[in-house]
Design a protein around this ligand. Structure first.
Ligand SMILES: Cc1cc2nc3c(=O)[nH]c(=O)nc-3n(C[C@H](O)[C@H](O)[C@H](O)COP(=O)(O)O)c2cc1C
Length: 199
């Protein structure tokens, strides 16, 4: 499938088939793909937690609002988190980057203040979400990005210390009856002339 076909056919899955699980080889490919996700100055301020354990999924489901049944029925839930604060970023991830990159960070980004730097770090994790959603579709999987979760409760269930949950993605295989499939419910998107300028 080419990328345009993927964009046309992937969708936010609302109902999963609980009987279909993703095989280990495909999960390993996804882990490698998400590891390769790009980020500004190669900051990589993230952690990705792949959850397949049914007990842990059940615990997370209780803190997932309307996404409860997606968390329960999907094969895996991948929790995307960001390093907990700017100090932790500077003391850990930043030290691994080349000197020129560190100098750029210290000269241009750091003076913007911790709030803006935290927003910038968080943006990098969202970028990896786009990469991940495309990857799942390219591997023939269905997925649902989910901001509708209680992030702090997720942190407690997962015993996150140095990272904060931002959102999660359910991955697996759709229930054939899922009404949100583009074949049932055509995608709503603004037209090109409303969102794209060509100069
Ligand atoms: C960051 C983000 C968070 C989302 N959170 C949820 C969610 O909590 N539950 C859900 O069912 N869909 C969620 N969605 C799915 C969007 O509603 C969906 O992508 C959008 O309506 C476009 O539809 P499509 O993905 O089916 O093309 C989220 C999407 C994104 C990108």
């Amino acid at each position: 499938m080419n990328f345009l076909n993927i964009a046309q056919s992937r969708y936010a899955t609302k109902k999963y088939d609980p009987g279909k699980k993703i095989d280990d080889e495909t999960i390993e490919k996804l882990k490698e793909i998400i590891r390769l996700s790009p980020s500004s100055i190669n900051s990589q301020p993230w952690k990705f937690t792949f959850v397949s354990d049914e007990k842990v999924k059940s615990e997370l489901a209780e803190f997932s609002y309307n996404n409860k049944h997606k968390v329960l029925d999907a094969s895996h839930v991948v929790v995307f988190s960001v390093i907990k604060d700017v100090e932790a970023f500077e003391n850990n991830k930043l030290t691994l980057l080349p000197e020129g990159t560190r100098a750029y960070y210290n000269r241009v980004l750091k003076p913007r203040g911790v709030e803006q730097v935290m927003t910038w770090l968080t943006s990098q994790v969202y970028l990896s979400l786009g990469f991940f959603l495309s990857a799942t579709a390219s591997l023939g999987l269905d997925s649902t990005p989910m901001e509708g979760i209680q992030a702090e409760a997720y942190d407690q269930v997962l015993e996150n210390d140095n990272y904060k949950t931002l959102f999660a993605v359910a991955i697996g295989y759709r229930d054939e009856e899922d009404k949100n499939q583009p074949t049932h419910t055509p995608k709503f998107r603004l037209e090109q002339d409303q969102i794209i300028r060509s100069i």
